[in-house]
Write a protein that binds this ligand. Structure first.
Ligand SMILES: [Zn+2]
Length: 124
């Protein structure tokens, strides 16, 4: 499985991540899966999102059932972009992208599937 996302969307996330640091930011990703490729089309700020220190969470009950949401992206205020157990347990959609501190480099992003395996990430 491969995730394709536009650079301008990533830049928006990096800017937001810098703004809320040391808290984490989380966006849902809307897009389309075609075969083994998932193409992200837009970012959605989830309703009632809570930005915490060490976590970013939102209530799944507040979300509309929306099958166009394919995954999520969130920031880590640390130099690690590995998913935590909480990340994997609370995953929404097919994949997640994690952006690590200091949110400057596109290489600081990694995508994972539900089992925590790294996915190919193509930034266009
Ligand atoms: Zn995390």
């Amino acid at each position: 499985m491969k995730v394709i996302i536009e650079e301008r969307l990533i830049k928006t996330v990096l800017e937001a991540a810098k703004k809320v640091y040391p808290k984490e930011i989380l966006f849902l990703l809307r897009g389309k899966k075609k075969g083994e490729e998932i193409r992200v089309k837009e970012l959605i700020l989830p309703p009632k999102v809570i930005f915490g220190e060490g976590f970013a969470s939102f209530s799944h009950y507040d979300l509309p059932i929306d099958l166009s949401i394919v995954g999520s992206i969130h920031s880590h205020p640390s130099p690690s972009n590995k998913p935590s157990t909480e990340d994997l347990n609370n995953m929404y959609g097919l994949f997640m992208i994690i952006v690590r501190y200091p949110f400057d480099d596109l290489k600081d992003l990694k995508a994972y599937d539900r089992e925590g395996r790294e996915l190919k990430l193509e930034i266009i």
